[in-house]
Write a new protein. Structure first.
Length: 343
């Protein structure tokens, strides 16, 4: 009987060593040591052994059974160690695998440009002011010295709403709103959306402006030019040539437009699409605030004067990022807006 037990033990050991996985080891445990297992059954037949032999045989059988238990446990532990090692290998982070391109967010190019423009003026001592996009004729035109049937009103291609209201065509109405609420001296920039009935590669019906207004005693055109020159040099990151051309706005006198040298071709390419070979790019309208506008804002024109400007943010974004069409900026195409990294 003890021989039979030893034979079973040997075959268990043989089968254990060829067991492929934990499940196979567990099956062997049932087969040999379970309630109806081969060794268990053998132990049960101990009753058939003559009385005087039983203690010795029983003891030896117990030893064999314990050895079998031990063998199974050892094999299980080996299997577990193996399993853990395989899992670790599977979980290893391979830093050389290229990333799978998870989409991530960015600020819109126009928002970035707006932020940069504001930063430059804040560093020059300007504060930020805002106003409503739905305006009245008074703030958008009348207070800005547009006479009732002035042709300049048509130049603005206005979207009219009900109740005499309209979508502001520029950020200039906030000049007057700010004069009324803050008074002079004043140094503000006014970022915002504006609307005009206009759509082509360089015009969108909704676009962005940053207006500026500086009012103080003894402000001259030289201050205007110096301030805006500092601005273009910092926003484009290098010293740019510029020129001021005479122009007309009802709310400034004198009025001018500022051109900077073409940042795309540096004025070197007669077939440049951005400056159309002129070497110059118009980036803003400006001028010395008209006395009538100061009066609308409750500011004394005898004591205070100053300059104002309005620049197209989208235009500056186009130049900074070398875009030839403005409209895709407003079509919410994430692939375009994130430079191909958004999907
Ligand atoms: N409001 C003008 C425009 O939208 C720009 C401007 C602002 C010009 C302030 C002069 C002074 O075209």
């Amino acid at each position: 009987m003890v021989e039979e037990a030893l034979r079973l033990k040997a075959s268990l050991e043989g089968e254990l060593s060829s067991a492929a996985d934990l499940a196979a080891v567990e099956a062997l445990m049932v087969k040999y040591l379970g309630r109806k297992g081969l060794i268990t059954s053998l132990m049960r037949s101990l009753g058939g052994v003559p009385q005087e032999e039983r203690p010795r045989v029983g003891k030896e059988l117990n030893l064999v059974k314990e050895a079998c238990d031990q063998a199974v446990r050892d094999r299980m532990r080996e299997m577990e160690v193996l399993r853990q090692r395989m899992e670790e290998e599977r979980n290893v982070v391979d830093v050389s695998i290229p990333p799978c391109g998870r989409p991530y967010g960015r600020f819109h190019p126009v928002a970035q440009t707006m932020e940069e423009i504001i930063k430059v003026f804040v560093s020059l001592g300007f504060s930020v002011a805002t106003g409503p996009e739905i305006e009245t004729d008074f703030y958008n035109f009348e207070a800005l010295n547009f006479k009732a049937h002035h042709p300049a009103r048509d130049m603005q291609d206005t979207f009219f709403l009900e109740d005499q209201r309209l979508l502001r065509t520029h950020t200039s109405p906030v000049q007057v709103r700010s004069m009324l609420s803050l008074g002079a001296p004043l140094r503000i920039v006014i970022p915002g959306r504006v609307y005009r009935r206009d759509s082509d590669p360089t015009h969108s019906p909704m676009f962005h402006q940053v207006e500026g207004l500086l009012l103080d005693e003894d402000v001259s055109v030289a201050d205007l030019k110096g301030c805006l020159q500092v601005f273009v040099d910092s926003i484009f990151g290098r010293k740019l040539k510029s020129r001021f051309r005479g122009s007309y706005f009802p709310f400034t006198e004198p009025s001018m437009e500022m051109d900077v040298e073409c940042v795309v071709c540096n004025g070197q390419d007669p077939s440049c699409r951005v400056c159309k070979g002129t070497g110059w790019l118009e980036i803003l309208g400006a001028g010395m605030v008209h006395p009538n506008v100061l009066k609308s804002g409750g500011v004394d024109p005898e004591r205070f004067g100053g300059f104002a400007w309005g620049m197209g943010v989208d235009r500056i974004a186009m130049l900074k990022y070398g875009l030839s069409d403005l409209r895709p900026l407003f079509e919410a195409d994430l692939f375009y807006l994130t430079g191909g990294n958004g999907r």
